[in-house]
Every structure is written in structure tokens, then in C-alpha cells.
Design a protein around this ligand. Structure first.
Ligand code: SF4
Length: 698
């Protein structure tokens, strides 16, 4: 019989933005099993393979249990054959006093000698809301600049830029569960079966119950099997396809004139542009979708109560903001916003990327998206945080920080739970930057590829070892509860941030995460009605939530948009930064796999998940594979202008010929060695979804 637990603890899944509620079944300091909670609003009892079987990373023997200080003679390099245990020899163990003093002294020295902007911090969307809030507060009030960012810059920054510009709010308008109320679900540039598996089950069930499902993607995904229409457009041509849909809707009088007149602005300029340049017939050869199909899908979307879901296939382009502008315009011109079963939903990746952004872990906004450039807002936060002056300039984004290190502007960093030595584009450039830093403090649970470059490593807590709140893709603020003690001398992350803050002269006296959350409520009107006590009682409350009696607002924009009128912004069709050519004729698309999460720091240390996907694979169309003279399972080498790697070939007839798909979780074949660091000018997101490569067998 299965081993009986000695206790159960209710919490939230640490992996993706769906935010499934779960129960840990525990015995001593072991997680025996994980069950989905039937009352979880986003999962209703369901869990995917990561949530159910991927939690054993917590007790992996590689967990950091003692603070580490770099040895004087240790090289700052990442060996090609990186063995996660190997860099341990670069460090010696230290006690907490020495490690924290060393960490803070190095940061202080740089701030005092080179100024506040010579420091930067990367927080993490895997941390709690409270950790994100404290970390950005430390950078703004202790470091003295706004150089704070996290992986939202690498996933939905362009979507948020477009949503803020068009609607005045960067969050989703409707929850995933609203698919039960719609007539049509449009999924574009997203692979929810892999990246948001439980959300995908809601979509599949809705399709099987008779809702129309339209999937648009350069790669045929598993969800496409459930769709009544699948449009496999050419990579990089989203704007052409979406503008052509708008052309049809306008030409055939399918716009919602009342909605446009009462609630929007800028329609005429967009209409003129779309009608002049983007007929379906003109765009069909560009995007590879017949004009008749474009027209049929456009009509179906406009005539239905429709929801749009999108992912990083839309956002991770140099024209990611333009892609999202088109989706917003589609919803605005058809009145598909402000009601159940309509709306715009950029599927959030990490379990707390929404909450970390809300809490101000971004360089241009304080908590609650209060702009750092606005003098009144700045004065409010100066009073609230009790500091004389905050930096009036927005800080640097993730890739800009890397460039600033190379230029000598940024000299010291504190990185909490992020792994830029794997997640940044053009990794050789990013790793060289980490090696150049005068002082790097890394706080994490494993000696990650990034920690290998650190001067001081602070061992922190895994997800089940701490309590905190996390905000899922639906805007639900949910409580995660501590189920285990951290191993050895590892400490809770909020405690470590406070310890650094105190050593940098800040008089912080938080006695736990509840106190941090209560301070956040005072700075963030959107969560004012969510108390810590309420979270403990209800587990999950959706914001905006005005009062403690307010059940929360799952559907936004019923009467107005936060910016007043919804704004149409025309999006011209433009191409990727680096197009295929004779030397590099293939298109590389990077992404994730079901079994591995992002840079693999945790999932590759999970016994079950690692057994399911133990080695790096690169997917190619079977005919391309044959043309290369390679068979599935054989090694192929990919080269770009920035790097090269070798991975095992996998046949995937969901790809179009000339496309290659590569997951970015594997250090031995790190996909970002190849990717291009060119940025979308508004969202500052790199173009992970398109660069030119060449491939050779062997
Ligand atoms: Fe966890 Fe996401 Fe899977 Fe739910 S769908 S169990 S949140 S990884």
C-alpha cells in the first residue's frame, strides 16, 4: 500500500502561470505525493506531470546548504562540459555573517565609488509577491537606481507594452475558465498543451463541447488536433495575417460600430492603413495562408463571442509589440472585450510573472504600474518608503544591463533566482558580461550556471520551504504555504533580502511575509481588499479587489478602460532582425518542453522529469532530416553567427520545412548560444522566436 502521510499542506504549484492549487502529502521532511485540489479555481483537481511528479528537486543532493565565497584564484568561466557540481571547487564555505557582510560590502563599495546606476538587480518570477516587492524596494532605496528587472522582459514585455498603450492595463482581461462562456477561442503563438497544460484542458473541453477553436501557429501543436481550423502561417508574419483579418472585418462591415464610437479612439487611422495595404489577397503570399481562409476566420471571429489567447510566439519578436497591437485592435473593433467569454489573455509563463510585475520588479514602474518618471508618483513613494530621493529615470532592462556591463556602466549585481547564463539571448555575450562584473551576489537553491560566476552565493529556499503569495495568469492572488524546512543553513529569501538591505543601511524590520504583504496592499490599490488573513482563509482571490467584501473582478473593462478609451495603434508589417540567407538558411525557434521548465535548474534535478526528457533534442521536419542525411536520435550540429551546439535530432512533422525547434533547458546544448539579442523597441524583449542558423549532421 502507498506510504501514509503524517500531514498535508495546501499550496500552489511552483511551475507555470496556470497556478494550480495542490496539496503536499508529507512524511517527515519528504514529499510523498502531490494531489490537485478540487477547489482550485484554475485546475479543479487537475495537475500536469510537472505539478504531480516534479517536486522531488527539493531534496536533490545538489541543493545549496551553506553560503559560499569565491576563491581568489577561481576562474570566472563556464566550461563547455558544464557539470553542475564542478564549480563547487571555485568556492569555499562561509558562515552567514561573513557571507552577508561580503555580499553587501561589495555592493556598497561599487555604489559609493561609481554611483547607484553602477548596480543592478535581477529578481525572479519564481519568487513570491513579497520577495519581488522587497527586492525592487532594495534596488530602488538601497542601490539607489531603477536597474531592476526579471524574466518578464524575456516573455511578455511586448504584450504588456501594447496592452498598457492600448488599454492602460497589462493584465489579462478574462480568466481561462471563461472559455466556457465564449463561442470561439483563438489561440495564436502559444502551445498551451506543453506550457500551460491544465489551461489547455479547459480549452480542449470547451472545443469538445462545441466551441469553435482556431489555432494559428508556424508549428502545428497538439492543441491544433482539437481545432476546427488550424492556420500554419510562415514564421514572423503575424502582423500580415492579423492585419488581413482586420481588412476583411472592416471591408465586410463586421465591426462593432457602437463599441468603436463609445469606447475607443484612433480607429480611422488604423482603418485607412489596413484598407490601403493589407488585403487578404496581398498578404496571402506573405503569410502562406490562402486569402479565402483568412476571410473565413476573420468573419467567424467577428461574428462570435470570441476570446484570444497568445504566448511567446507572438511576444518574442522584434515586432512583438506590433503583433500584440493587432490582437488588441481585433478585439476592440469587434467589441470583444468587457464581457464574459470575450477578451485578451496573454498566457503568463512562470507561476508568478504576473505578480512580480505587479509588485514593481520592472525598471519603469513602481508597484501597481506607477510610472517612475512621474514626479507626483515618485514623491509618494519617497514618503511611503521614507527615503530622501528616488532615481527619476527608468532603469535598464535585462538585455540592456548585459550591454551596460560590457560598456563598464554596470559593475555589480545581485541576482535572485534568475539564470541569465542560460536564459539571456546570445549567451556567450551574456556570460562574458557576468564574468566581467566586479561583484556578483547570487541567491538560489542550486549552483546554477549563473551562480558559477558569483563572488558570493546565498543558499535560499525552494518553493515548498516558504510561505508567500503568487499571482497566476488569471490575476488570482494565491497563497503558497510552507511544507518543509530549508536544508542545512539555507534561509528564506525574504530574510536574505532584508539582511542585505540592513547591511546597506536600510532600517527594515519586517517580521515575516505577512507584514510585507500588508505594506504592499497600501501601495497597490488593485489588491487593497485582499488581506493576508483573507488569503489564508480563501486561498485564492482575484484582483482588482477594492474591499474585503469584494469577491474580486475576473472580467475587466466592463464599463471603461483604465486609460479611458481603448486605443487603436496601427502596426506596419516588418521582418525579423536576422533573416535566413545562404550561409544560415534555417529559421530557429526556441521554446519549452512539457517536462522541463525554462533553464532546467529545477526540472533537470527532478528524477521523473529528467528520466522523461534526459537529453537535448532538436526538432526538424522529417524531410529536412532526411535531406541532411540524419536519422532521429542522431547528433546534429547547429551554428548561428553567435555560437554552435550539438543536440539529438527528433522528427516533427508539425514543423514546416526550414524551421528548427530547440528547447532552452539544456546547458550542454544551450539554445541561447545561438539566439539573437535584437530587441523589440517598445517592450525591449529579445527575438527568441526567430534567428538564422545552419545545420550539419554529426
Ligand atoms: Fe503546475 Fe502549470 Fe502543471 Fe498546473 S499546469 S500543475 S501550475 S505546471
Amino acid at each position: 500500500p502507498p506510504e501514509a502521510p503524517d500531514r498535508r499542506v495546501d499550496s500552489v504549484c511552483p511551475w507555470c502561470g496556470v497556478g494550480c492549487l495542490l496539496t503536499y502529502e508529507l512524511k517527515g521532511e519528504r514529499i510523498l505525493r502531490v494531489q490537485g485540489r478540487p477547489d482550485g479555481p484554475a485546475n479543479r483537481g487537475r495537475l500536469c506531470v510537472k505539478g504531480r511528479f516534479g517536486q522531488d528537486y527539493v531534496r536533490h543532493p545538489g541543493r545549496l546548504t551553506r553560503p559560499l565565497i569565491r576563491r581568489k584564484d577561481a576562474p570566472k568561466t563556464l566550461p563547455v562540459d558544464f557539470d553542475p557540481g564542478a564549480p563547487l571547487r571555485y568556492f569555499r564555505e562561509a558562515d552567514w555573517e561573513e557571507a552577508l557582510d561580503r555580499a553587501a560590502d561589495g555592493l556598497l563599495r561599487i555604489r559609493d565609488r561609481h554611483g547607484p546606476r553602477a548596480l543592478a538587480g535581477f529578481g525572479s518570477a519564481k519568487g513570491s509577491n513579497e520577495e519581488a516587492y522587497l527586492f525592487q524596494k532594495l534596488v530602488r532605496t538601497g542601490f539607489g537606481s531603477n536597474n531592476v528587472d526579471h524574466c518578464t522582459r524575456l516573455c511578455h514585455a511586448s504584450s504588456v507594452a501594447a496592452l498598457m498603450e492600448g488599454l492602460g492595463s497589462g493584465a489579462v482581461s478574462n480568466p481561462v475558465s471563461d472559455v466556457a462562456h465564449c463561442e470561439l477561442i483563438l489561440v495564436i503563438g502559444a502551445n498551451p498543451t506543453v506550457n500551460h497544460p491544465v489551461a489547455a484542458t479547459f480549452m480542449k473541453n470547451a472545443a469538445r463541447a462545441g466551441k469553435h477553436l482556431v489555432v494559428m501557429d508556424p508549428r502545428r501543436t497538439e492543441l491544433a488536433r482539437e481545432a476546427d481550423r488550424f492556420l500554419q502561417f510562415r514564421p514572423d508574419t503575424d502582423v500580415a495575417l492579423l492585419n488581413a483579418m482586420m481588412h476583411t472585418i472592416i471591408e465586410e462591415g463586421l465591426t462593432d460600430e457602437g463599441f468603436i464610437a463609445e469606447r475607443t479612439e484612433g480607429f480611422e487611422a488604423l482603418r485607412d492603413r489596413v484598407m490601403a495595404d493589407y488585403s487578404p489577397e496581398a498578404m496571402a503570399p506573405v503569410c502562406g495562408i490562402p486569402a479565402r481562409t483568412i476571410r473565413e476566420v476573420a468573419r467567424q471571429y467577428a461574428r462570435s463571442r470570441s476570446m484570444i489567447f497568445w504566448g511567446m510566439g507572438v511576444s518574442q519578436h522584434v515586432h512583438g509589440t506590433d503583433n500584440a497591437r493587432c490582437l488588441i485592435a481585433l478585439a476592440l473593433m469587434t467589441g470583444n472585450l468587457g464581457r464574459e467569454g470575450t477578451g485578451l489573455h496573454p498566457l503568463r509563463g512562470q507561476n508568478n510573472v504576473q505578480g512580480a510585475s505587479d509588485a514593481g520588479l520592472i525598471p519603469m514602474f513602481y508597484p501597481n504600474y506607477a510610472p517612475v518618471g512621474d514626479p507626483d508618483t515618485r514623491r509618494w513613494f519617497e514618503r511611503f518608503w521614507g527615503v530622501a530621493a528616488l532615481d527619476p529615470e527608468p532603469g535598464l532592462t535585462v538585455v540592456e544591463v548585459v550591454d551596460a556591463i560590457h560598456a563598464g556602466g554596470v559593475r555589480g549585481m545581485y541576482i535572485l533566482g534568475e539564470n541569465p547564463a542560460m536564459s539571456d539571448p546570445d549567451l556567450n555575450h551574456a556570460r562574458e558580461a557576468l564574468a566581467r562584473l566586479d561583484h556578483l551576489v547570487v541567491q538560489d537553491i542550486f549552483l546554477t550556471e549563473t551562480a558559477a560566476f558569483a563572488d558570493v552565493v546565498l543558499p535560499a529556499s525552494a518553493f515548498p520551504e516558504k510561505s508567500g503569495s503568487f499571482t497566476n495568469t488569471d490575476r488570482r492572488v494565491q497563497i503558497g504555504r510552507q511544507a518543509l524546512d530549508p536544508p542545512g543553513d539555507a534561509r528564506q529569501d525574504w530574510w536574505l533580502i532584508q539582511a542585505i538591505a540592513r547591511r546597506m543601511g536600510l532600517d527594515w524590520q519586517y517580521d515575516g511575509v505577512a507584514a510585507v504583504f500588508e505594506e504592499m496592499r497600501r501601495a497597490m490599490p488593485a489588491i487593497r481588499g485582499i488581506t493576508w488573513t483573507r488569503l489564508q482563509r480563501e486561498d485564492s482571490v482575484t484582483y482588482p479587489c477594492d474591499t474585503e467584501a469584494d469577491p474580486g473582478q475576473p472580467v475587466l473593462f466592463r464599463d471603461r478602460f483604465p486609460r479611458g478609451r481603448g486605443r487603436f495603434v496601427p502596426a506596419p508589417f516588418s521582418r525579423a532582425d536576422e533573416l535566413p540567407d545562404q550561409a544560415y538558411p534555417w529559421v530557429l525557434i526556441t521554446g519549452r518542453q512539457l517536462e522541463h521548465w525554462h533553464t532546467g535548474a529545477m526540472t533537470r534535478r527532478s528524477r521523473v522529469l529528467d528520466a522523461l526528457e534526459p537529453a537535448p533534442t532538436v526538432c526538424l521536419h522529417p524531410e529536412d532530416l532526411a535531406a541532411l542525411g540524419a536519422s532521429p536520435g542522431e547528433a546534429v550540429t547547429l551554428h548561428s553567427r553567435r555560437g554552435r551546439l550539438t543536440a539529438y535530432a527528433r522528427a516533427d512533422d508539425g514543423l514546416q520545412r526550414g524551421e528548427v525547434f530547440l528547447p532552452f533547458a539544456y546547458v550542454e546544448a544551450a539554445a541561447n548560444l545561438l539566439t539573437n539579442a535584437a530587441l523589440d523597441p517598445w517592450g525591449k524583449i529579445p527575438e527568441f522566436k526567430f534567428c538564422a542558423v545552419r545545420i550539419s549532421a554529426g
